[in-house]
Design a protein. Structure first.
Length: 228
């Protein structure tokens, strides 16, 4: 998604993470279930495949990447290289510690409802074989997400919290052990040049940030760096 003027990608990650913390501190799951309503008649929320592709399309709109295969509808191919989907954004959404899994069907369903309304508003034809949000072009997905993420929009914090998942998956591989993710070539960590750990899975940096030692360790400091 294009970055708002004056907001860096790092700042977007910080804002999304803050919203995710707010998510965990509030009863969002119950509110979303009531807000989205019954999803039985919603094509975006009736099957796991439709829900997954909708969530993938959401993630790809925020951090786009190359198509994974011919006929990949969820990943629009708006950028070269890996994107959030390649980095496991949906896996992180379902990661138990993220605690948003129960809300995902409602979120995917409501996203489809908003996409259908957006298509009607702008007289856009949608492929009936695809979930509505997946059927939108990348530009239209972006415009719709800008509406949902607008601080003046209803429940914008919910969408910022969900937006944290693609950013965290790409930049931190939060659902994986970091050392294993780096060694296995996690697409996001490799793309941002995250350093490889030493053989024991720890990171050691032989050079000081300012090329000079700023302070000596206290003589009673333990091997783990803690005071004794």
């Amino acid at each position: 998604m294009p970055e708002p003027i004056g907001v860096s990608r790092r700042r977007l990650l910080q804002l999304a993470t803050a919203a995710f913390v707010s998510w965990q501190a509030a009863p969002w799951t119950d509110r979303l279930a009531a807000y989205a309503g019954d999803l039985a008649g919603n094509p975006g929320g009736t099957t796991s495949d439709a829900m997954t592709t909708t969530l993938e399309a959401f993630a790809d709109t925020l951090i786009p990447g190359a198509k994974r295969y011919d006929g990949d509808h969820a990943v629009a191919g708006a950028a070269r290289g890996p994107g959030a989907v390649h980095a496991g954004a949906v896996d992180l959404m379902w990661f138990p510690e993220a605690a948003i899994g129960p809300a995902l069907p409602s979120l995917a369903g409501y996203l489809s409802t908003r996409a259908s309304a957006y298509a009607i508003q702008h007289a856009l034809p949608l492929d009936p074989t695809l979930p509505p949000f997946v059927g939108l072009s990348f530009d239209d997905r972006t415009r719709l997400l800008l509406e949902l993420l607008d601080p003046n929009a209803q429940d914008y914090l919910v969408w910022w919290a969900l937006a944290a998942m693609p950013f965290l998956a790409f930049h931190t591989a939060g659902h994986l052990h970091t050392a294993d993710a780096v060694r296995r070539g996690h697409p996001g960590l490799r793309w941002i040049g995250f350093p490889r750990p030493d053989g024991d899975g720890l990171w050691r940096f032989p050079h000081f940030s300012y090329r000079r030692r700023l302070a000596h360790s206290h003589p009673h400091t333990t091997r783990n760096g803690n005071p004794r």
